[in-house]
Design a binder for this molecule. Sequence first.
Ligand SMILES: Cc1cc2nc3c(=O)[nH]c(=O)nc-3n(C[C@H](O)[C@H](O)[C@H](O)COP(=O)(O)O)c2cc1C
Length: 170
Amino acid sequence: MGKTLIAYFSKAGENNINGDIVKLAVGNTEVAANYIKEFIPDADMFKIDQVEPLPESYEDCFAKAKVDQSAKLRPEIKDAPESIDEYDTIFLGGPNYIETYPMAVFTFLEKYNWEGKTIKPFITHEGSSFGHAIEDITAVCKGAEIKEGLSIHGADVRGFKIFIKRWINK
Ligand SMILES: Cc1cc2nc3c(=O)[nH]c(=O)nc-3n(C[C@H](O)[C@H](O)[C@H](O)COP(=O)(O)O)c2cc1C
């Protein structure tokens, strides 16, 4: 059997949590990714990081994310794996950025052939759940089986470990 990869985007620092601007030491999606890793210790992890990071402030980040999405930008990412051939299952996570995953997630996805892969998508959000992220990854990841996703309200992620465990085993 092939290996499992946990690939995710997450941004620590300023974020909007329940309507308040707060500084997160660890991003919400990263918390979820770390829980998955606890339950699947053999999995490899890859954090999708942009070469040119998004702005630190929530407001500036939102404005930039909006422009990037309109332009269908594919920001360069750091140290992406050469191939994903060795993986059967890919847990794919990110925050909801204006109704879909951040553009850097699509930079990552578009690098590989997804034929025969199983994708388990997860997202953290402030109310929009997956938005149209599932449709968007389905369009890119041709030939992959996309399993039922896990949507987590960002503010609740730290109490979500048990639900993550149940979802992993579905
Ligand atoms: C640029 C930006 C856009 C966002 N857009 C949405 C949105 O459209 N819908 C939503 O529910 N949450 C939205 N959020 C909130 C994030 O999805 C949420 O806080 C998430 O848990 C952040 O994950 P992270 O800490 O792993 O980066 C947005 C946050 C940012 C920074």
